[in-house]
Design a protein around this ligand. Structure first.
Ligand SMILES: NC(=O)c1ccc[n+]([C@@H]2O[C@H](COP(=O)([O-])OP(=O)(O)OC[C@H]3O[C@@H](n4cnc5c(N)ncnc54)[C@H](OP(=O)(O)O)[C@@H]3O)[C@@H](O)[C@H]2O)c1
Length: 199
């Protein structure tokens, strides 16, 4: 199972760090090309490599962590998704103003799903600050909690298994319309809840 990451900012690199910690390979991409990522990738260890957006997008599981307004450009012109899994780690808001995007009554992952037709979308890795997400999930005698949600049970199970392998305690929040809303920032009650499951 190959993993790609589109977006190599705070969240993309935080996820790459957790993958590296678990010895899992991934290809990470930004808008400026692999050479711009040489230093950050070297710091992450041998399992993480920089690639083009197309290389990252060709993986079995593709995590997208890009500024909300740049999402359409970040996925434009990519080959068909063909049922592969997209993990939506995005929130519909941007610094410095943090003005919520107009979602026309949808949850943000439903908007992202429309940008990646044919992909099986799972919302995850979006509810914690990047520095917390990047830190060791085995903490205080337990495992840090990550929430995930989605409308495709098999895709959700695969992402849940990955979350487990990374050392987190995954909690399935149900379909996007419910779980996506609970974990979405701003608006949901779960963002920034840094929980640890003991036992
Ligand atoms: N920061 C957090 O603590 C946090 C927490 C939860 C969720 N989130 C969400 O995660 C997402 C990413 O946030 P972030 O803080 O990681 O942002 P960030 O640090 O600004 O990084 C954004 C990344 O997206 C890349 N990007 C932009 N346009 C692209 C394109 N056309 N093709 C490929 N890559 C492109 C940028 O690459 P270049 O620099 O090369 O343009 C950069 O690597 C956002 O939706 C945010 O709401 C953030």
């Amino acid at each position: 199972m190959s993993i790609g990451i589109i977006g190599a900012g705070h969240i993309g690199l935080a996820v790459a760090k957790t993958l590296s910690r678990a010895g899992i390979a991934a290809t990470i991409a930004n808008s400026r090309g692999p050479s711009s990522l040489a230093a950050s990738v070297a710091a992450l260890g041998p399992t993480i490599e920089a690639g083009t957006r197309e290389q990252a997008a060709s993986a079995d599981i593709v995590l997208i962590a890009v500024n909300w307004s740049k999402l359409p450009a970040a996925v434009a012109g990519l080959p068909a998704w063909g049922g592969r899994i997209v993990i939506d780690a995005n929130n519909p808001v941007e610094s410095p103003l943090f003005k919520p995007a107009d979602l026309h009554g949808l949850v943000s992952s439903q908007v992202v799903a429309d940008l990646v037709p044919g992909a099986r979308l799972v919302k995850a890795f979006n509810h914690l600050r990047a520095d917390v997400l990047a830190s060791d999930p085995q903490v205080d005698g337990g495992r840090r909690v990550l929430f995930y949600s989605g409308d495709d049970s098999a895709a959700k199970a695969e992402v849940g298994a990955l979350i487990d392998r990374l050392g987190f305690a995954g909690i399935d929040l149900g379909p996007l319309a419910i779980g996506g809303k609970l974990a979405q920032f701003p608006g949901g009650p779960l963002p920034n809840q840094n929980l640890v499951r003991i036992g």
